[in-house]
Design a protein around this ligand. Structure first.
Ligand SMILES: [Zn+2]
Ligand SMILES: [Zn+2]
Length: 252
């Protein structure tokens, strides 16, 4: 196994284990570069309290913890400090300031919500046409921002994947990602837990556009990093497609 850039911590309230346990499991799994990318906090302009991400006041401690482990294990593994971030347009200026302030190495796009989670419109629930289009529009704006190193679970948008409208919109996404050299993640968490993603129809579209594909564990527990067989299964599947498999991200 090589690199993994999609790793959570307990701070997001739905992952388990100590940060150091993720590092130990990654070393055991033979991972060379491990990126932590826990669900980012946002600085809301409403009293909204999210339940699936770290609190804003945990960010500093998160960064310090990963930085400490990076130094402690530097002879065994290369650790990066990242975040999984939505594209919340009105809060992007804030996001840029924290990337700068905390010297975040990279961020990945987890396009979970329409506009912001304050709307409660989750792209992973069954969507109408308008929201499927919005999902792709958010991804395209995120690509244009130049902030993100890859798109996590690009097939999170939930829609009938046999419908021509799905094909049209996802083709728009894959074509744009190809044009701007933006890798798409094959998400192992969805793969092992039987979620609606990774979606075969989506990956056939990505194959047509020869997109870059990167495998991400989306680890929410340390031991999930040890599952070599699921990684190899994903690798075999991707190898059967016309995608370009990569294992290292470019950092802005
Ligand atoms: Zn999560
Ligand atoms: Zn994630």
């Amino acid at each position: 196994m090589v690199n993994n850039y999609h790793t959570h911590t307990y701070r997001c309230k739905h992952a388990i284990g100590q940060d150091e346990d993720y590092v130990k499991c990654a070393i055991k799994a033979g991972i060379r570069q491990l990126g932590f990318s826990d669900h980012t906090p946002w600085h809301y302009d409403s009293p909204f309290q999210p339940t699936m991400r770290m609190d804003e006041n945990q960010l500093e401690e998160y960064v310090n913890s990963i930085r400490y482990l990076k130094e402690k294990y530097k002879d065994q593994i290369d650790i990066l400090i990242g975040l999984e971030c939505e594209y919340f347009e009105k809060y992007i200026p804030w996001l840029k300031t924290i990337i700068e302030q905390y010297q975040i190495d990279y961020i990945i796009l987890g396009n979970h919500y329409f506009q912001s989670d304050e709307t409660h419109i989750y792209f992973g629930s069954y969507l109408n046409k308008q929201y499927l289009t919005s999902y792709v529009d958010h991804c395209i704006k995120a690509i244009d921002s130049g902030l993100y190193s890859y798109i996590a679970h690009p097939d999170l948008a939930y829609y009938d994947s046999k419908d021509p409208f799905y094909k049209k919109e996802m083709s728009r996404l894959c074509q744009y990602a190809k044009l701007h050299d933006m890798p798409l993640e094959f998400n192992l968490l969805g793969f092992t837990t039987g979620r609606h993603y990774p979606n075969e129809d989506f990956w056939n579209i990505a194959s047509q556009y020869h997109n870059k594909a990167i495998i991400g564990f989306d680890a929410h527990s340390p031991d999930s990093l040890l599952d070599k067989s699921v990684y190899n299964r994903a690798l075999r599947y991707l190898s059967s497609l016309n995608v370009e498999i990569i294992d290292k991200i470019k950092m802005p």
